[in-house]
Design a protein around this ligand. Structure first.
Ligand code: BT5
Length: 262
């Protein structure tokens, strides 16, 4: 059965003027769909797909999902901020996901920049894509795409080259109430981010940091960039790494744990 936008809206407590919720049975990517519709939007829109067939990850990677086993949705949100002010937004969204799950008694951790992991396994991912409104040219939209594994579908996990976690193994969930709770926290987070920027989230992100104090390597588009000890993020959302030659602030790339020599 399809998600009910009415039931999700009824369970939401955050007031967001004009927010609309739409559900589709199947689409390629909810991010791609919203990006294509930004010119027609006047208010935030949440698009939920029961099934996504061409889910996107960061840096050209893909997000795998299976019908009934995944939550895949995107929220289009208009910011009154310049593009460069959104640098820490993906991390703030990771905090929003972790804080929502914490209210459901599920502790998770964040891998820089914004993967949500439970017991070292990836539970959720975030992809934010931005665009200026083509009509006015000055309105900046962010499409915030979130994928969360609901169930550990064997065929699904076989397609993913890293350990995967699923919510149904960890807690009892009503997927519509979960979506409402996520939407509530997400809207509050975006309002807070708009007002205070990433500094409002720095400490909260650092308290959830999976790799704090661990020896990591940073790889960007397949190229090793640096390695050292992960310290945490700064007020711009950059990952601070203590390397042999001093402290570096990383703006892009992926983190992997460095094997410690025996
Ligand atoms: C992400 O990228 O984690 C962002 C995922 C965003 C997905 C949402 S779903 C709704 C919206 N519409 C879209 O088209 N996308 C967004 P990244 O950090 O690049 O991680 C991608 C990597 O995660 C892949 O290369 C796999 O290793 C792994 N992966 C793919 N599917 C997964 C899954 N279902 N569970 C855990 N890991 C997965």
């Amino acid at each position: 059965m399809l998600f009910s936008p009415q039931r999700i809206a009824a369970a939401c407590q955050t007031a967001v003027p004009g927010l609309t919720i739409e559900v589709v049975a199947e689409t390629g990517s909810t991010n791609a769909d919203l990006l294509a519709r930004l010119d027609q939007l006047a208010a935030p829109l949440l698009l939920i797909a029961e099934q996504q067939t061409a889910g996107r990850g960061r840096a050209g990677r893909s997000w795998q999902s299976a019908r009934g086993a995944s939550l895949t949705f995107s929220l289009a949100w208009r910011f009154r901020l310049p593009l460069q002010a959104l640098a820490g937004l993906p991390l703030a969204v990771g905090v929003a996901l972790a804080e929502t799950l914490a209210t459901l008694q599920l502790p998770v951790q964040l891998k820089w920049p914004n993967d949500v992991l439970c017991n070292g396994r990836k539970l959720a991912g975030v992809l934010i894509e931005t665009a200026h409104d083509r009509q006015s040219g000055d309105r900046l939209w962010a499409v915030i795409g979130i994928g969360i594994n609901l169930a550990a579908d064997a065929a699904l996990t076989a397609r993913i080259e890293q350990p995967v976690a699923a919510l149904s193994d960890l807690l009892e969930i009503d997927r519509e109430l979960l979506l409402a709770a996520l939407l509530d926290r997400l809207c509050l987070t975006l309002q807070e981010f708009e007002q205070f920027g990433f500094p409002a989230f720095t400490q909260r992100w650092n308290a959830l940091h999976l790799h704090r104090g661990q020896h990591i390597a940073i790889v960007d588009h397949g190229q090793p960039v640096l390695d050292g000890v992960a310290l945490g993020v700064d007020d711009q959302g950059r990952l601070l790494v203590q390397t042999a030659s001093g402290r570096s602030a990383v703006v892009a790339g992926d983190v992997s744990l460095r094997a410690v020599a025996a």
